[in-house]
Design a binder for this molecule. Sequence first.
Ligand code: PLP
Length: 382
Amino acid sequence: MIYFDYAATTPPYDDVINTVAEVMKRHYGNPSSIHQLGEDADKLLRRAREVCASALQIKPSEVVFTSGATESNNFAIKGAAFQYRSRGNHIITTEIEHASVYESFLQLKELGYDVTFLPVDRDGNVSPAQVGAAIQDNTILVSVMHVNNEVGTIQPIREIGQIIKQKHPRVLFHVDGVQGFGKIPVRIKDWGIDLYSLSAHKIRGPKGVGILYVHEGVKLFPLLSGGGQERGLRSGTENIANIVGMSKALRIAHEKQSENYNKWTEFRDLIVDAIEKIPQLQLNSTKKGTPNIIHFSYPGMKSEVLLHTLEQEGVAVSTRSACSSKHTEPSRVLLAMGRDLAAASSGIRISLGDDHTLQNVEVLIKALNAAVEKLRPLERGK
Ligand code: PLP
């Protein structure tokens, strides 16, 4: 079976696995303890923070370690909303955010916040002008993802950041960077980003660990109270082994970003050309999106049926984002992009990894053709 679901999660690098095991075995101290083992763990933690900061081109003091991007997103959004409530109660996001952002906004709406969900065009784009026009005097936060996890659309983060910082400097800008980091270039410091979420398991690091970048001077209402770790922002004993493992993966993702980008672009173009030759399939991703994600629909065929047929042909893909793929409803993202129910219920996402080869891609293309050939007699209405 060849795995083409890297946007859901990735196999950790051997070096990451060995590092995590080594740290768990030998450096199990609590970094808050003042004996030798504690100091040893604290040193590792400080070093990992520096490595992460360097890969993200931010300051070590701006790194907050979390349990992953779901927590980072919840913390950025609710932490900002609670902290700056006295300034205003209007918060802005888009209709195609990851559930951890989207649901946080819905929760805040229930708590009385005024929430704007910006619509997107047929390719999933939100425009900087739309964001600018939505900002009011009582707006406190804008949250826009860098790369969409289902269809790979890249949002104009730099331009949105520019509008916010030039025209509305009091408004905080949060970016869910999970599907962008290591895939396409990002300049956190140059793009006016105040809060940036990241997850290690999407870049071949361990699961259950992530980062929230918190720009110097930005205050957040802590969601986890306790021992005051992470500058009092996120209490709880740090997951040293996973944090050190993440720092390795982060460094590699940063260093290999442009090399991987070129390889993925080549593979993506081959896959897209093959999909365009199969009349039953409709592409939802575009060549302007991130090159590691290809998304299409097979209207009239349930995604699950196509996914399992592809599995029989030796390739593992996804019906949509991993956390929603067990739900059978049509994709919220595709509906927001103006697709009909048939297209929104038959989506398939292919996502590439840094270890894929041309041979893997050829197997995938063969499998796509074979699966559609097999399913043709089952097409609804035929
Ligand atoms: N944001 C995006 C865009 C994602 O793709 C994911 C993972 O599916 C998350 C957030 C949540 O990340 P985690 O699995 O680390 O909680």
